[in-house]
Write a protein of this length. Structure first.
Length: 195
């Protein structure tokens, strides 16, 4: 739908927003594309110039998905990385529309400092949080339990998923829908009728 360079530049609408964050290469773009069944959607956020923006996608009529800039790019200059991190935390701390955060992590990795910090900030605000452990097609059966346990250090809400074979995607979609329903704006006049 649109992109924004800062909190102040975010769209003025009433749509609830669910943000996706993840270390570069975690599989965030592939996951957003797979969830929305739209090839190339989140790739648009990877086009030069957009990797430093907040990118907004429509998910049906009543929900927006927000692709946050990735972190941990080896090649991003430090000054740039600091700017992007500040913009992201400003959005997460202060965006009124934000209802939940999906933290995307390669399920073969252990959570790191950035992920712990993100989850802690969100937990304090009382918003929803989900850990999406991607690329689970690469895990052997025996490795899955370990991966789930490791990710559960962040939050007990963990879903292992794969953009390759679609595992876990319906569970994630269900969670997004639940959040969206819980936060849907009341239809006009509903409050008056109920009272
Ligand atoms: P992003 O930087 O977090 O947006 O990561 P991408 O979505 O661009 O994915 C990074 C790499 O991981 C790409 O080579 C993808 O093809 C691969 N990848 C992403 N998701 C999966 C997955 O579920 N399974 C497997 N096997 N590879 C994946």
């Amino acid at each position: 739908m649109t992109s924004a360079p800062s909190l102040a530049g975010c769209p003025r609408w009433e749509l609830p927003e669910i943000a996706f964050t993840g270390r570069s290469n975690a599989g965030k773009s592939s996951l957003i594309n797979a969830l929305t069944a739209t090839k190339g959607l989140a790739r648009t956020s990877k086009t030069p110039g957009r990797t430093r923006l907040l990118n907004f996608f429509a998910a049906g009529e009543y929900l927006a998905l927000v692709d946050l800039p990735g972190y941990g790019y080896a090649r991003m200059p430090e000054v740039e990385a600091t700017k992007v991190a500040a913009m992201t935390s400003e959005y997460l701390d202060s965006r009124r529309n934000l209802i939940a955060l999906v933290v995307v992590i390669d399920a073969r990795r252990a959570p790191e400092r950035e992920e712990f910090a993100l989850v802690e900030a969100m937990a304090q605000s009382g918003r929803g949080i989900l850990i999406a452990g991607t690329k689970c097609d690469k895990l052997k059966r025996s490795e899955r339990a370990t991966a789930s346990r490791r990710l559960a250090q962040l939050s007990r809400d963990v879903i292992l998923c794969s953009a390759l074979d679609n595992e876990g995607l319906d569970d994630i979609r269900r969670r997004l829908l639940e959040w969206s329903r819980e936060n849907a704006p009341h239809p006009r006049g509903a409050a008056a009728k109920e009272s």
